[in-house]
Design a protein around this ligand. Structure first.
Ligand code: FES
Ligand SMILES: [Fe+2]
Length: 343
């Protein structure tokens, strides 16, 4: 469409979104992280969620505010502007908006002009939890921000964050890859290792209304030809959060306490946040992140070979092996949310 009239609504879900309207509606009511809080400083930051472009900035109270990245005057991206005294200023005609979205200054009207309430940009809730900024495009009361007990009482400064990156893969595919046990000895042969020829026992699954948990054993390489028996627990909080722990049979080895979150930027792009609880200060944190970045690079390389980007929720289209029982339960959980229905 080139021109539109008064009666034509501009829906929040862009017409070009490849996330079907019914799935988009379901997903819009969940909370997702869009940034690491400490990384939002004095410049506007961009984020995209479910194909909706957002701008993040620090308001007059130094709180992070989230607005639609579209100036209500002539639709220029506010993220291309600047933040002045806690107001975001559009670079086109200088309109300034506060953290609630209200327009507070229009240069062409002068400083004393009274501005109507409807002169506002649409905003979304911004909550800081686990050092991340979370938002919800739909009904914020429909769901809670996922509870991550290991990180709940940690000051954000003590949490180790992997560099945030956008993966060219859908959020459910990123989550499935993270809990996929039988790819470990193949994709991660040079990092996590494992025995390609030894059969894998399917893990034990617990299913709850909002989460699916897998308890499984895996034999990790010790880098010297031997192996460590590890106990993996993946608690997948629907739809796209994994609360992940690794404990070792050898209790002298430190456990791994992590979280992987795939925030759905669009149908086939995810912004991935990974949090770790690391003992031993920043040096130990940096070493772990370095090692896991090598693991992530291996995942991204194999996922670049994915020949069908969408995730079929039914059973009919792919082969399912006993060790994929967790994927089966995860997909059932997504279906139970109402996802995967035709528009
Ligand atoms: S388009 Fe933003 S001030 Fe005019
Ligand atoms: Fe992997």
């Amino acid at each position: 469409m080139f021109l539109s009239d008064e009666a034509t609504k501009i829906p929040l879900r862009p017409a070009a979104s490849q996330i079907g309207a019914a799935d988009w509606e379901v997903l819009s009511h969940f909370w997702y992280p869009v940034a690491i809080a400490a990384e939002i400083a004095d410049h506007p930051a961009k984020a995209s969620l479910l194909d909706v472009d957002l701008v993040l900035f620090r308001d007059e109270k130094d709180q992070v505010a989230i607005a639609l990245d579209r100036c209500p005057h002539r639709f220029i991206r506010l993220s291309s502007g600047q933040v002045r005294d806690g107001l975001i200023e559009c670079p086109f005609h200088g309109l300034r908006f506060d953290g609630t979205g209200q327009c507070r200054h229009i240069p062409s009207l002068g400083r004393s002009a009274k501005l109507p309430q409807r002169y506002a940009v649409r905003t979304f809730p911004a909550r800081e939890r686990y050092g991340l900024i979370w938002t919800c495009l739909g009904d914020p009361a429909a769901h809670d921000i996922p509870f991550l007990p290991e990180f709940a009482d940690m000051p954000a400064a003590d949490i180790t964050f992997a560099p945030v990156s956008d993966w060219a893969i859908s959020a459910p595919r990123q989550i499935e890859n993270f809990f996929d046990l039988s790819h470990l000895p193949f994709v991660h042969a040079s990092t996590l290792g494992g025995n390609q020829d030894s059969p894998l026992k399917p893990g034990r699954i617990e299913q709850a209304a909002d989460a699916v948990t897998l308890h499984a054993e895996y034999s990790e390489s010790d880098g010297a030809g031997g192996h460590h028996l590890a106990y993996y627990t993946y608690r997948i909080v629907l739809p796209f959060v994994i609360d992940f722990q690794v404990h070792y049979a050898d209790e002298a080895r430190k456990p791994l306490i992590s979280c992987d979150i795939a925030s759905p930027v669009s149908a086939h792009v995810s912004r991935v946040f990974q949090l770790h609880k690391v003992e031993g200060g920043p040096t130990a944190g940096a070493a772990l992140v370095n090692m896991l970045e090598a693991v992530n690079a291996e995942d991204r390389a194999i996922l670049a070979e994915l020949a069908f980007a969408d995730l079929p929720l039914g059973q009919a289209h792919e082969i399912h092996l006993p060790v994929d029982n967790i994927a089966h339960s995860y997909r059932a959980g997504l279906r139970a949310l109402g996802l995967g229905k035709a528009d």
